[in-house]
Design a protein around this ligand. Structure first.
Ligand code: FBP
Length: 559
């Protein structure tokens, strides 16, 4: 093989593990149905909007002694949204299941995300093509995109493309927004008697697509292990040089699951959790006080160094910032179309904004450093929201802490030194080689997605559970997408969307941080997890996240 690293060559040979129920043959599955389901909230509205796909039961697959004939099927697959390690294995699992059900079956990959199905851009997979991507990171096999699939026109174009390719099922691999789109498409296909099924697969490094049936979204395991390795390395450096405070912002959009898991794996001195900031209504000023106090107390012990973990979405959870950003999003949606604003200089833009925001929000905006102000004015995402990954919150905190510490110094309350380093970990982890857990989980999700198709389901999310046990004991099945939905305001309109799972402050994962953080702040208890392990003892190589282990052990205790 040409142009492959030694690890690539070894990983291509890895055979992902499947739950026992699925490994006995794709055409020999018995379906066991649970009772009818309801959406998490707003049941009446969701039922009305999804009249054909609402209320279906959860399903579980079991081994069956009899085998049935599987008709020829063509399936299309889409990778949607941000990259997450393991996406290639979902496609490999889907392909293997589809081919083992009937060798005449075909799998098409839509290129560049959901726009591929709308515009009819696709490839057909074959063994050679798939084999080159097994157990590799990235979404480059067919590319990804963030086009929303939600309008009648888009659905009609998708139908035309499916008809042309004789596709009878579509698998959408994505996060909460993409699976909301999967639910809409599934409903539209049933309503219009097309006979085309739609199945979703739970993807996102953010870890915020989870519930009782979806224990973890794929990619979270590998991404958090990658960030934990990097944090561990920085902790070693900080503890060696003893001269820098490292402020590390970590991807994860709104929820702080990624920051929390990385912190549990590494035990840094400070970990901010956005959900706690919001719950306790902590102002920016009180966050600065909390962090400066730890820095000053460590300095008293002769430690002018440390590690602070900052979740990507923090800024939106600080009450005064949240209010200002929401006002700013509204203001920007009209200002962006205004010629006078577009041609204004940066300074003029700031004044226009300050004069347009409410007086409270204008005060907050004008108190921010220029760098942050300009980042707040950058392009909005497709939902009209500020792109939090582009705001350098870590630098905002550093600047404000520096000012606070110099005030404390003047008042005789700080006698140490403060030298900082800022980092942002995000893209470093989204395309890493999937860990064994993600390689196995993703392959199982894809394989299971075909099991759902083969058994006639639509509007379901592929679900593989019991994930802290060995893979052979994992439970495969599906849950109706509508079960995870509620109504939320988007662009000023109420829309059905899959509910995002935020960090629960009463859950075992946050409690673990809360119990230890004072100890970790003052007495260095750094852990150095090292690189993701692919080969070696199962107790090192096959285990999943601290988050899932804590959550599952609580579930088992309560069971
Ligand atoms: P998904 O929700 O689509 O999985 O995306 C996750 C994510 O990595 C977030 O953590 C981050 O805020 C965002 O994507 C960045 O996206 P982009 O690279 O498109 O700006």
């Amino acid at each position: 093989m040409k142009n492959l690293s030694p690890l690539q060559i070894e990983r291509l040979k890895y055979q992902p593990k499947l739950p026992e129920s699925l490994s006995s043959g794709i055409n020999s599955l018995e379906v066991s149905e649970g009772s009818a389901t309801e959406s998490v909230r707003d049941q009446e509205q969701i039922k009305e909007l999804f009249a054909n796909t609402y209320g279906k039961p959860t399903v579980t697959f079991k081994k069956s002694s009899s085998s049935k004939q599987s008709p020829v099927r063509n399936v299309g697959v889409i990778l949607s949204g941000g990259q997450a390690p393991g996406g290639h294995n979902v496609i490999a699992g889907l392909y293997d299941a589809l081919k083992s059900a009937n060798s005449e079956n075909k799998l098409y990959g839509f290129l560049g995300g959901p726009s591929g199905i709308i515009e009819g851009k696709y490839i057909e997979f074959n063994d050679e093509f798939i084999n080159a991507y097994r157990n590799t990171g990235g979404f480059d096999i067919i590319g990804s995109g963030r086009t929303k699939l939600e309008t009648e026109e888009q659905f009609k174009s998708s139908l035309e493309v499916c008809k042309k390719l004789n596709i009878s099922a579509v698998v959408i691999i994505g996060g909460d927004d993409s699976n909301t789109n999967a639910a809409l498409l599934a409903e539209w296909f049933v309503k219009n008697n097309t006979g085309i099924q739609v199945i979703g697969c739970p993807k996102t490094i953010d870890g915020d697509l989870k519930n009782e049936q979806i224990e973890i979204s794929f990619g979270f395991d590998t991404a958090t292990k990658t960030y934990a390795e990097l944090i561990g390395n920085i902790q070693r450096d900080a503890n060696s040089a003893k001269k820098y405070w490292h402020f590390i912002k970590i991807m994860g959009r709104s929820a702080s699951h990624v920051a929390l898991e990385a912190a549990l794996q590494t035990q840094p001195n400070i970990t901010l959790i956005s959900e706690e900031v919001e719950e306790k209504k902590m102002s920016l000023d009180s966050i600065i006080s909390y962090m400066s106090d730890i820095i000053a107390r460590r300095a008293e012990n002769g430690k002018n160094f440390g590690i602070a973990i900052i979740p990507e979405g923090l800024i939106e959870f600080i009450p005064e910032m949240k209010s200002m950003i929401s006002n700013l999003n509204d203001v920007m949606s009209s200002l962006e179309k205004d010629e006078r604003y577009s041609s204004a200089s940066q300074g003029e833009k700031f004044s226009i904004i300050e004069n347009t925001l409410s007086s409270e929000n204008a005060k907050v905006f004008s108190s921010l450093p220029t760098l942050i102000k300009s980042q707040l004015l950058m392009d909005r995402d497709p939902h009209g929201n500020v792109q939090v990954s582009k705001i350098e919150t870590e630098k905002l905190l550093i600047e404000m802490i520096r000012t606070r510490l110099s005030e404390m110094k003047k008042a005789g309350k700080f006698s140490g030194k403060f030298a900082d380093q800022a980092h942002f970990f995000g893209y470093e982890g989204r395309c890493a080689f999937p860990s064994n857990f993600d390689a196995d989980y993703c392959y199982s999700l894809g394989y299971n997605a075909f099991a759902l198709i083969n058994n006639g389901f639509t509007g379901y999310l592929s679900s593989v559970r019991n994930l802290t046990d060995v893979a052979s004991n994992w439970i495969a099945g599906g849950i109706p997408l509508t079960m995870m939905m509620n109504m939320e305001k988007r662009h000023g309109e109420w829309k059905p969307v899959i509910q995002k799972a935020l960090v629960r402050l009463d859950g075992p994962v946050f409690k673990k941080l809360e119990e230890h953080r004072e100890e970790w702040a003052m007495n260095d208890r750094y852990l150095f997890p090292g690189a993701v392990q692919y080969f070696g003892p199962s107790a090192v190589c096959d285990i999943t996240t601290v988050t899932l282990q804590l959550e599952r052990s609580k579930t088992l205790l309560n069971a």
